[in-house]
Ligand binder design. Structure first.
Ligand SMILES: [Zn+2]
Length: 182
């Protein structure tokens, strides 16, 4: 009898550990943050020539975290001073978080005091698109990634020379790639 109880317990424990393993591996597979690379950097084959692409909402939901999806696909705005890229001062490029297109360089980054990563120009004018944005009773110029259409932020006419423009960008929409990794 004692042996039978022991046997039943062993089977029960074995079943439990099996089901726990299954749940754990399922969690990992469902998390885009853990399955994707640390950063994505995918410049165009020919400099200055971007091949736009469109895909499904499901694709972006799988690839992006909730906050990235909100900013890049739903035109959201991150809280000011919330992105570590606001303080990033190393040499390198800032690529679109969704598709890896290099959008901005550390060479045009400046301290705007706004709490959002700010640049006075994109790496290449062909890599961004501009649209009028009339939401919230303001006329603003929205800037997006020219390849995936991901919302990046807005452009304001109060930046430093030589352009006089301020590209006010959500850090969560960017990946910083250090110059030594390029
Ligand atoms: Zn993109």
């Amino acid at each position: 009898m004692r042996y039978l109880v022991f046997l039943s317990l062993s089977i029960l424990l074995a079943c439990n550990s099996t089901s726990q393993t299954t749940v754990a591996s399922g969690d990992v597979a469902a998390s885009p943050e853990q399955t994707r690379p640390d950063y994505r950097y995918d410049p165009p084959a020919t400099e200055g020539q971007v091949e736009p692409f469109d895909t499904t909402t499901e694709y972006w939901k799988e690839l992006l975290t909730n906050q990235e999806f909100n900013v890049l696909r739903e035109d959201g705005t991150e809280r000011s001073f919330s992105s570590p890229l606001n303080e990033e001062k190393h040499a390198g490029v800032f690529a679109c978080r969704a598709c890896g297109l290099p959008l901005f360089s550390s060479e045009t980054k400046f301290e705007s005091g706004t709490g959002w990563p700010s640049f006075y120009a994109p790496i290449n004018a062909a890599y961004v698109t501009e649209d009028s944005d009339f939401r919230y009773g303001m006329k603003r110029t929205e800037v997006s990634c020219a390849r995936c259409g991901g919302h990046q932020g807005h452009i304001f006419p109060d930046g430093p020379q030589p352009t006089g423009l301020r590209y006010c960008i959500n850090g969560v929409a960017l990946n910083f790639v250090p110059a030594e990794d390029l």
